[in-house]
Design a protein around this ligand. Structure first.
Ligand SMILES: NC(=O)C1=CN([C@@H]2O[C@H](COP(=O)(O)OP(=O)(O)OC[C@H]3O[C@@H](n4cnc5c(N)ncnc54)[C@H](O)[C@@H]3O)[C@@H](O)[C@H]2O)C=CC1
Ligand SMILES: CC(=O)[C@H](N)C(=O)O
Length: 343
């Protein structure tokens, strides 16, 4: 089968590899579409993310969906012909976190495209059947692949406990910020503000229904949000850029008693936080890491037409052109590129 393999930073080669066989609990999936994520771009550019270093050739891609072509002998609920979205992180199922149901925190997770585990820029992937979710006819294979970043958005909306009528600020209008916007809207948020430092991203957020957008290089984020909320601040701030200034800005923009959730992963792990401000204003400050139990909700939201995930896509490319697609995806105005491999 053909695969796109990262052998050294800045170079993806198309290589033949043996087609995997499904284990007894696995399905063999002919991959249809795969999204290019910021973490794929980071490995492509730098060959590492923090302690995860690409030491051996690595197949990138963890936002994927496709068609089941074979099932292992113990798989009873999927069959060849089913289209499925693949949840890329498979936890150990045994540790304390897995037992508590917070399997996204499992320290022994196998996560596609995270060294040493290969991802989905390949014609076939064998994957545990219980992490492959059947797509109804009303959900496209592309939308199935986008269940992954949508899941990040759903989890952050759940972590923020967004409620009906809430006002929400989202800093960063990349795929995560834009899909968090879809998730918080479906959770009942009515006033959604989005900030970004790239004009095209702000326009994109407006086209996709943001009530107001803010460029923090042109106006103070906290002051702009205060103006727009009668001086009070938003109920919830979701930080989805990883930028140091947006981390501080999201704390300034939230109302007393409000909630700030950090999902962005910045290059700088340490940023000053005014703890007295957090205490005095009784803020809930939370992190949000990947997702758990979100794929069924993502598929339902897509099937109901309650969220538009495919609208974030700027372009698609063939597997052979994955290297070019990565170059295009690095343009700061691009939100999402997809690689089409099969049906
Ligand atoms: N916690 C988690 O589970 C996950 C975290 N992430 C992280 O979430 C963040 C967002 O992911 P993507 O949307 O894929 O990234 P992205 O890089 O495509 O989007 C980030 C956006 O933030 C904007 N930005 C930069 N500085 C800003 C500032 N000062 N204020 C407002 N916006 C600013 C950029 O222009 C860009 O549009 C990244 O840091 C990523 O690493 C991504 C997936 C999962
Ligand atoms: C950080 C990412 O972009 C990726 N989705 C991951 O969860 O590792």
């Amino acid at each position: 089968m053909r695969t796109a393999v990262l052998r050294e930073p800045g170079r993806l080669d198309i290589e033949d590899r043996p087609r995997p066989d499904p284990a007894p609990d696995e399905v063999l999936v002919a991959v249809g579409e795969v999204g290019i994520c910021g973490s794929d771009l980071h490995y492509y550019e730098h060959g590492r993310i923090g302690d995860y270093v690409v030491e051996n050739p690595l197949v990138l891609g963890h936002e994927s969906a496709g068609e089941v072509v074979a099932v292992g002998e113990r798989v009873t609920d999927l069959e060849p012909g089913d289209r499925v979205a693949l949840e890329p992180g498979v936890p150990c199922r045994r540790c304390a976190h897995c037992k508590r149901g917070e399997y996204n925190l499992c320290p022994d997770v196998t996560f596609m495209a995270t060294p040493p585990d290969d991802g989905a820029f390949a014609e076939y992937v064998a994957w545990p059947a219980d992490f492959a979710y059947r797509l109804p006819d009303s959900v496209s294979t592309r939308e199935g692949a986008l269940c992954e970043p949508l899941s990040v958005g759903i989890h952050v909306a759940r972590r923020a406990e967004v409620g009906v009528g809430d006002s929400v600020l989202i800093t960063g209008a990349g795929p995560i910020g834009l899909l968090a916007m879809e998730a918080v809207r479906s959770a009942g948020a009515t006033d959604i503000f989005v900030s970004d430092v790239v004009d095209a991203k702000l326009r994109r957020a407006e086209e996709r229904g943001a009530d107001a957008t803010i460029d923090p290089t042109e106006e103070d984020l906290g002051a702009a949000v205060a103006d727009a909320t009668g001086g009070e601040g938003v109920d919830v701030a979701i930080e989805a850029s990883g930028a140091k200034s947006a981390i501080a800005g999201s704390l300034d923009a939230v109302r007393r008693g409000g909630t700030v959730v950090f999902v962005g992963l910045g290059d700088e792990a340490e940023v000053p936080l005014d703890v007295l401000d957090i205490v005095d204003n009784e803020l809930d400050v939370r992190g949000s890491f990947r997702y758990r139990n979100t794929y069924p909700a993502a598929i339902e939201l897509l099937a109901d037409g309650a969220v538009d995930a495919a609208g974030i896509v700027d372009f698609e490319a063939d597997l052979e052109d994955t290297d070019d697609a990565f170059q295009r995806a690095m343009d700061p105005e691009t939100v999402k590129g997809m690689v089409r491999i099969g049906k």
